[in-house]
Write a protein that binds this ligand. Structure first.
Ligand code: FE
Length: 393
């Protein structure tokens, strides 16, 4: 314990250290001491995506990505300062297109999938089978083959057996259908009982989907409560249950399967860009953002919309030459005053209010817009030119 001589006044932390400490705290996971772990959800396909990283080395693996959610997932990887080693699919999905190819294009990571698919999945450069390990930093995922839903289904087990990513083999209170894609209920029963139910009871079960809002279960919980394979259910009980599900044909299968056999590469082989007018990034919060340096270099090509209050124009940060001032609280009512011939860059003090401004702009049909990162604070820190005059234009 610190004595009186070690008061906060005596040991004031230098400003630089405070920033570094803050940064270090931001980078450390809040749930596990040495693991970065995030569970993400795609509402359109009810798919869970999992990001696992070594908190020390920052190497990471992402499991079961969704094509349309790539900007979100990539932003999270970037914001958590992670280096992706691999994007892995637990199986060749029929209900959504994987984001694997996109993630490889944007981060250079490897694409991992089972080597049991025939024909093999095009673009996969990390083909996996039972007993393989996917290492990320000092951690790894153990690969267990759990066929039955498809012939190439994998369950990925964290090195300390505290978590299992079961794909569509074992779902929370369910199991993946086995009536297409070379599925077999008998094989699935053996996969689940031998490879998943043999894990420690406390091992958490994270499936690829849930349609009822359930996020996590455990081996013990599923052994007891799973209505298809838990309790006293034997192989015959399970097979008869699964063979009488009478499920409709998956809506997306005709699009998703051919795309997933190419690791999600679009037919034109092009990475979709969020904007055609500048290097706009999507943040994890879903906001479109652009760097102040780019804005400074391209001022004649964009319309700068400053959403601060008029009195802020008089303060030390000044304003960007030619910026239109429309305070955020008036923006909705004054959308008609915003020119539509150029992309709009929204600006405020620190880049928060202008983020909200882009939401209002997009809602009003002005889709070619972005928030200037860091606002006028960063603009002035970067020494970019400003002018000072009374606001109101
Ligand atoms: Fe599936």
């Amino acid at each position: 314990m610190l004595g009186p001589a070690h008061s906060a006044a005596t040991y004031r932390i230098p400003a630089r250290c405070r920033v570094e400490w803050q940064h270090a705290r931001d980078r450390s996971p809040e749930i596990f001491p040495d693991l970065v772990f995030r569970q993400l959800f795609d509402a359109a396909s009810s798919t869970y995506t999992y990001l696992l990283g070594d908190a020390g080395t920052r190497q990471a693996v992402i499991v079961d990505t969704v094509f349309e959610q790539h900007p979100r997932d990539h932003a999270l990887v970037r914001e958590l300062d992670l280096a992706l080693v691999a994007v892995v699919d637990t199986h060749c999905h029929a209900d959504h297109v994987t984001g694997a190819w996109l993630m490889q294009q944007t981060t250079g990571c490897r694409i991992g999938v089972s080597r049991r698919y025939q024909p093999p999945v095009e673009g996969a450069d990390l083909t996996l089978d039972h007993g393989d390990r996917i290492a990320f930093g000092g951690r790894h995922l153990e690969v267990r083959a759990t066929p039955g839903h498809t012939e190439g289904c994998l369950t990925l087990v964290l090195d300390d057996r505290s978590m299992a990513f079961t794909g569509d083999a074992l779902l929370i209170r369910g199991a993946g259908r086995s009536d297409f894609q070379h599925g077999s209920a008998r094989t699935l029963y053996r996969s689940i009982t031998r490879e998943i139910f043999s894990l420690p009871d406390a091992c958490l079960v994270f499936p690829a989907h849930d349609y009822s809002g359930r996020t996590v279960s455990s081996v013990a919980e599923e052994k007891t409560h799973n209505p298809r394979i838990g309790g006293a259910a034997d192989e015959r009980d399970f097979v008869e249950f699964m063979e009488n599900l009478n499920l409709p044909h998956p809506k997306q299968i005709d699009v998703a399967l051919p795309a997933n056999l190419r690791s999600g590469r679009p037919e034109d082989g092009k990475v979709p860009r969020p904007a055609d007018w500048g290097p706009v990034r999507q943040t994890y919060a879903g906001l479109l953002e652009i760097e102040p340096e780019w804005v400074a270099e391209h001022l004649p090509q964009v319309h700068v919309l400053d959403v601060r209050q008029p009195q802020e124009m008089q303060e030390s940060l000044g304003r960007i030459a030619g910026a239109q001032l429309v305070p955020l609280n008036e923006l909705k009512a004054r959308l008609g005053e915003i020119p539509k011939d150029r992309p709009v860059v929204a600006v405020c003090h620190a880049g928060m209010r202008s983020g909200q401004a882009t939401v209002i702009l997009r809602g009003g049909g002005l889709t070619r817009c972005a928030n200037m990162r860091g606002g006028m604070l960063l603009w002035s820190q970067l020494g970019l030119p400003t002018e000072r005059r009374s606001g109101g234009s």
